[in-house]
Write a protein that binds this ligand. Structure first.
Ligand SMILES: *Cc1c(COP(=O)(O)O)cnc(C)c1O
Length: 357
């Protein structure tokens, strides 16, 4: 049976990326060696990093003066590297969920943290909008897509201080104005590559301003100087990331990714809103295009486990909501075909016919 992969992360990748990665595992570029057994300093691998960096810059229209880094440690290590490198006295954070909270927790070890707003009181079902950012903060940190709650900041904010964004789960799903940020980072395993590589876009002249000593591996300058090769980088995930970047370009770039994301999200939210069995959990204007969260309508609450079983039997994978929220979550990243979204919609409609008179 065909599987429709709605996993939240690690998650779906384009089929050809998986196949071409598999080929390189067996024989990298006709070298007779696996990509897993060559030196990262081999003359064949440097072009992989160079092209991946170049495609990042091209696809996201990254201005001069920024570096693109491929590191280890996940977005979670960036939660600590960000304040280590940028927080001298005070930073502002927008609390839109678990990931934002984890980022804030790390920052508190380095200076004063101002939580400018929070939607915790409503289980993070919306993005706070009316708040003031103190003018004297070193930076303002946001999480553009809240993977667990299905809310998303879909446009680059205008703020009066340097902005930093965790874009783990919506990078490459829309054009971004990189000039508004001093740093953008994320784990690659949601929309770009298998787990193991973290991408960081950082404005070069914002690094090196804090007065503290920064351990070598946690200092962005180390990785800027080393071209992500200060130590052994995650070679295989970087190669898969390159293949995904080529795929995005061949499909028409981030504008096309955005068009598809809107199309898929409109289809699924349309069904959630129409179908009597289900209700969406996020405030409509803040609905994520990447992670679409919904629950059973109150009068059908007892059917939750039944629907999960029904959908699973029809090939849907990974639609159970995050354990902290419950219900359902359909993650529709770039590689998710429209046909899979339609298959889920078909399931919802069939299930409705069985249960709504
Ligand atoms: C998954 C996720 C993280 C955590 O990423 P790791 O690479 O596992 O550390 C952080 N932020 C967001 C928005 C995420 O979706």
């Amino acid at each position: 049976m065909k599987k429709h992969n709605f996993n939240a992360g690690p998650s779906i990748l384009p089929r050809e990326v998986i196949e071409d990665t598999a080929k390189a595992v067996l024989d990298f570029n006709g070298s007779g060696l696996s990509i897993m057994e060559i030196s990262h300093r081999a003359k064949d691998f440097q072009p992989v990093v160079d092209e991946a960096v170049a495609l990042f810059k091209e696809l996201l229209n990254i201005p001069e003066g920024n570096s693109v880094l491929f590191l280890g440690g996940g977005a979670s290590l960036e939660f600590c590297m960000i304040p280590y490198n940028f927080l001298e006295k005070k930073a502002a954070y927008l609390n839109t969920g678990v990931w934002a909270k984890k980022a804030m927790k790390e920052a508190k070890a380095f200076g004063e943290v101002v939580e400018v707003a929070s939607s915790a009181e409503a289980t993070y079902t919306y993005i706070p909008k009316d708040y003031e950012i103190p003018a004297d903060v070193d930076y303002f940190h946001i999480t553009t897509n809240n993977t667990i709650y299905g809310t998303e900041i879909k446009e680059d904010l205008n703020v009066n201080v340097p902005m930093i964004a965790d874009m783990s789960s919506d990078i490459f799903s829309r054009p971004i104005d990189v000039s508004k940020y001093i740093c953008i980072y994320g784990g690659a395993q949601k929309n770009l590559a298998p787990a193991g590589v973290t991408f960081v876009i950082v404005k070069n002249d914002c690094v090196g301003k804090v007065s503290r000593y920064i351990p070598t591996m946690l200092n962005y300058q180390t990785h800027i100087d080393g071209g992500s090769m200060f130590n052994t980088p995650p070679v295989l995930p970087i190669y898969a990331a390159l293949l995904t970047l080529r795929w995005i370009k061949a499909q028409g770039g981030v504008k096309e990714m955005e068009r598809r994301a809107i199309e898929k999200a409109d289809m699924l939210y349309g069904e959630i809103d129409r179908n009597k069995l289900f209700v969406g959990t996020a405030k409509p204007e803040d609905r994520s295009r990447m992670n679409i969260c919904f629950v059973m309508a109150p009068e059908y609450k007892e059917l939750e486990a039944d629907f999960l079983k029904f959908a699973t039997e029809r090939g849907m994978v990974g639609i159970k909501g995050h354990r902290s929220v419950g219900g359902f979550r359909a993650s529709c990243y770039n590689a998710m075909p429209k046909e899979s979204v339609q298959a889920l919609i078909d399931c919802m409609q069939e299930f409705e016919k069985l249960h709504v008179k």
